[in-house]
Structures are given as C-alpha cells and as structure tokens.
Ligand binder design. Structure first.
Ligand SMILES: Cc1cc2nc3c(=O)[nH]c(=O)nc-3n(C[C@H](O)[C@H](O)[C@H](O)COP(=O)(O)OP(=O)(O)OC[C@H]3O[C@@H](n4cnc5c(N)ncnc54)[C@H](O)[C@@H]3O)c2cc1C
Length: 460
C-alpha cells in the first residue's frame, strides 16, 4: 500500500460516488472523495429530490378542487413560490449534511474541489494543486443538462439546474423536450397555475415508453390545460417588453416568462484528463465500461450517468455498490440493467417495469396484452376527468409477465411492488392467483382476465 496515498479516489460526490466510497471504506479501504459543487450530486441537490417536492406542491390544486365533491368547502387558496423554494432549500441543506456526515462516519475524506485525472493512478485536486496517488480511481462525475439545439437567443432559456432557484414563478412557461424531465416540469408548473406550453420535436411525448402510456399522458395533459406543441421546434428566442418571444418552426410565436430546455443531458467528461490515460469516449461523451464498471485502464472504473447505461439514481447507486463489492469486498458483482422499474412524476404519474408492447413483440414474438382503462374511485365524487391505465404484457411461451405499465395516482408506488414480482419472474398465473386488495386501483393488476388483440406500434 505504501506506493499509494489512498486505496480509492472517487471523483464526484453524487449517487454512485457516495455509495461506492462508503461501501469501500466499510471494507477497510482508505478512501478520498472529491466533489466540485455539493455533496449529494444531481439527485439530491438538483434532480429527483427537489423535483419530487415540487411535484407534491403542484398536486394540492387538484386536492382543493376534488374536496368539494366530498362535502368540503375549501377557502380561497393561493400559492407562494418563495415559500416553496425556501422550504425545499432547507430540506436539501439537511440532506446534504446527512450525506457528508455518513461519509465522514465511514472514514471517507471529503475534498471540496474539482479533481482531474493525471495518470492511471494519480488525481490532481484543482483547489490546492495537490496530487493524490490512488490504487484505484472511480469516475462518478454524472452528467449536465444541455441547451441543445443551439438557437439564436438560446441564452435566454434555462435548464433544470436553474429551475430550482427561480426567484418568481413564471406565469407563462415554454418547456422544450419530450423526455421525463420535460414532462415532469410541465406537470409541476401546470399544477401550480402557470400557463404551460410543452413543445417537442417528435410526434409524441416519452419516446421509448409504451404507446398506450404515451397516448394516455398526452390526453391527460391536454385535459389539464397544457398546450402540446408536437412535431415542432423552436427556431429563435427574443427578449421583448412582454417576456421572451419563442418563434416556432411553423412561424407562430409564443410569448412566455421563462423557457425551460430539457432536451437532454451529456456526461461530465470534458477536461477530466481522460485523454491523459487513453480512455476513448463514446459518441455522446460517455465512458465505456465492462459489466463490472471497469474501463480499459484496469485501475480506473466509472459508474452512474457518466457511463450512460441507465441514467437513474438507483442504478448509479447499484453500480457504485457493485464496484465496491467487486474491488474491495472480494465479491465480483455485475449489475443487471435489463429490468429496471421506473416512474415518471407527471400528473397523472407513470410507473413502468419491463418491456413496452412493441419491444416485447420484437423480443418474444407471441405475446398477450391485458389492458384496463377506468375511472378511479376518487373521481366519481370529485368529478375530475382522471382515467387510470393498467397494462400488462405476457410472453405467451412462458406465461411470464414481461411488462407492466401504469398511468394514474401513485403509479410510482405501485410499480415498485409489481417490479419485485416481475424481477422474480412471476407468471400471469401468479398474478391471477394473488387475491385482490379491494377497493384499490392496484387490484386491477390481479383481475385482468381477457387479453386484448395485440396491436402494431404506431409512432417512432
Ligand atoms: C431534474 C432531474 C430529475 C431527476 N429525477 C430522477 C428521478 O426521479 N429518479 C431517478 O432515479 N433519477 C432521476 N434523475 C437522474 C439522477 O439524478 C441521476 O441519474 C443520478 O444523480 C446519477 O448519479 P451519478 O452518481 O452518476 O451522478 P451525479 O449525481 O450527477 O453526481 C456527480 C457529481 O460529480 C460532481 N463532479 C462532476 N465533475 C467533477 C469533478 N471533475 N471533480 C469533482 N466533482 C465533480 C458533480 O458536481 C456531481 O455532484 C433526475 C435528474 C434530473 C436532472
């Protein structure tokens, strides 16, 4: 060990890096972690956590409205943006300090600085210029939101990084993008009472999701008053006395107070020194790794969004943990990226595990599709136009459930549990013999008996 200052140097104190550092330290490794912004990373500081708090805030408007049908008289309600932002910031500060103290308790040394790679075993800490010799280096630097495509006036727009710190709630907002982050923020601002236009260059939102899910969300968003501008791009942004004027590809102009670009994220690999060691990046700038997260340089590993495998917090955490088990715990562990339950915190919420109908058809050939669309019980008295979609895809040859798709209240909570069954390889017969919990929306998952004719995919 004498040749090295530490056993492990982790670059990046986000989901993957923090987990790897802590687990490696519990195996007895001497660990140092560098973070250039705030410990906790994207998820805690400017991703999942603050976003979910804003999603909660945005849903009270529905609750106030729905209460009337159940006999409540709700007084005049109003929303105060600075209160939400202040309380959200306090919670993020609290979480960051927990992350720091958990690292310290595990004996990990935290370095508050950017760090770069000098060679296969050397990291340079930019704040002090110090060089640290490490037996292993773990790159866990995550990704950043892009302002793409570049357009005239593009600097007037913000990304998800800035949206958490706006001083005032935009009364009118244009959200550009069709992925889950764009969809979620469109839902948040609509729920908070902003006038929202959601613009996407493709014909449908949420590419890669099941077609029925995509249709259900578009339908629900239209009913919630979100203006959908699909198969459209923005050609320029101009500052005007009335706000920001966005010129769209059909020549029309939408004037708003904020433009939020959520068109994609790129790995944080620029100027990281990877070229010093001969690591070649892929086309989007991600670090190629093997099943154990090892790069072509044996002493350098990479986990999380920087590897662009499945860009989600629990995946980064799992990869970080597996790395520590493999390298310091004498338990070689790879991560299975095949079945990942996931949620979109739109309103209505989406929960998915496994394949879409189209993907399942391609992979398994013969499939059965079970589908239920119904009015949730709460909407009967509230009068809300909500609909729930439940869809299950079954591989005919094995009877295994290979996809579950839910759109509706608490879909994220439901899919976590359905995910266990699907991960265990549950068959449709297993779902069928499970007794329903009544009255719930989730009971539909165990009571769908008749398959619908499988249909062909309709949009790219
Ligand atoms: C708006 C938004 C909402 C999201 N919502 C969800 C969700 O609901 N569920 C979910 O599962 N995922 C969600 N994600 C994705 C999730 O945040 C990421 O997948 C996850 O944070 C990836 O973890 P990571 O460890 O790879 O990187 P990160 O968490 O991004 O951590 C990387 C860290 O490295 C630091 N860093 C970068 N370069 C250096 C350097 N050279 N030196 C020192 N430090 C450096 C960065 O400052 C950062 O703190 C969301 C993301 C965004 C942007």
């Amino acid at each position: 060990m004498s040749d090295f200052d530490v056993d492990l140097f982790v670059i990046g104190g986000g989901s993957g890096g923090v987990r790897a550092a802590r687990i490696a330290a519990t195996y007895g490794a001497k660990v140092m972690i560098a973070e250039e912004y705030r410990v906790g990373g994207t998820c805690v500081i400017r991703g999942c956590v603050p976003k979910k708090l804003m999603v909660y805030a945005s849903r009270f408007s529905d609750d106030f409205h729905d209460a009337a049908g159940f006999g409540w008289t709700v007084g005049p309600s109003s929303f105060n943006w600075p209160t939400l932002i202040r309380n959200k910031d306090l919670e993020i500060d609290r979480l960051e300090s927990i992350y720091r103290s958990n690292l310290e308790k595990a004996g990990v040394e935290i370095v508050d600085s950017r760090a770069v790679i000098e060679d296969a075993h050397t990291v340079r800490i930019l704040k002090t210029g110090a060089r640290v010799r490490a037996r292993y280096i773990l790159v866990a630097v995550g990704a950043y939101p892009t302002l793409e495509p570049a357009i005239p006036g593009g600097e007037l727009a913000i990304t998800s990084n800035e949206v958490f710190h706006l001083e005032a709630q935009p009364k009118r907002i244009l959200v550009i993008g069709g992925g889950y982050i764009a969809v979620e923020f469109a839902g948040v601002f609509a729920g908070l009472g902003s006038e929202v236009t959601l613009l996407h260059r493709g014909p449908k939102l949420l590419r890669g999701f099941d077609e029925d899910v995509r249709d259900a969300l578009a339908d629900a968003y239209a009913k919630r008053g979100i203006k959908l501008a699909l198969s459209m791009t923005v050609t320029r942004l101009d500052k005007t006395p009335d706000g920001i004027a966005a010129t769209l590809s059909d020549g029309s102009i939408v004037t708003v107070d904020q433009v939020l670009v959520a068109t994609g994220r790129r790995p944080n690999t620029a100027k990281l020194g990877l070229e010093n060691v001969g690591i070649t990046l892929d086309a989007v700038g991600a670090i190629p790794v093997d099943a154990y997260s090892q790069t072509v340089i044996p002493s350098i590993y990479a986990v999380g969004d920087v590897t662009n495998r499945a860009n989600l917090t629990p995946v980064a955490i799992r990869e970080g943990h597996a790395f520590a088990d493999t390298v310091f715990g004498d338990k070689p562990t790879s991560v299975d990226h095949d079945l990942i339950p996931t949620a979109v915190f739109s309103t209505p919420e989406i929960g998915v595990v496994g394949h879409s109908e189209a993907a399942a058809e391609e992979r398994y050939g013969e499939i059965d599709v079970y589908k239920a669309v119904f009015r949730p019980m709460r909407a009967t008295l509230s009068g809300a136009p909500d609909r729930v979609l439940m869809k299950m895809i079954v591989d005919k040859a094995t009877d295994k459930v290979v996809g579950v798709h839910i759109v509706g209240h608490d879909a994220g909570e439901m899919i976590q549990l359905a995910g266990i069954a699907v991960t265990m390889g549950a068959t449709k017969a297993d779902f069928d013999r499970t007794i329903a919990v009544h009255p719930t929306a989730a009971e539909e998952l165990v009571t769908m008996r008749t398959p619908v004719p499988a249909k062909k995919p309709v949009a790219a």
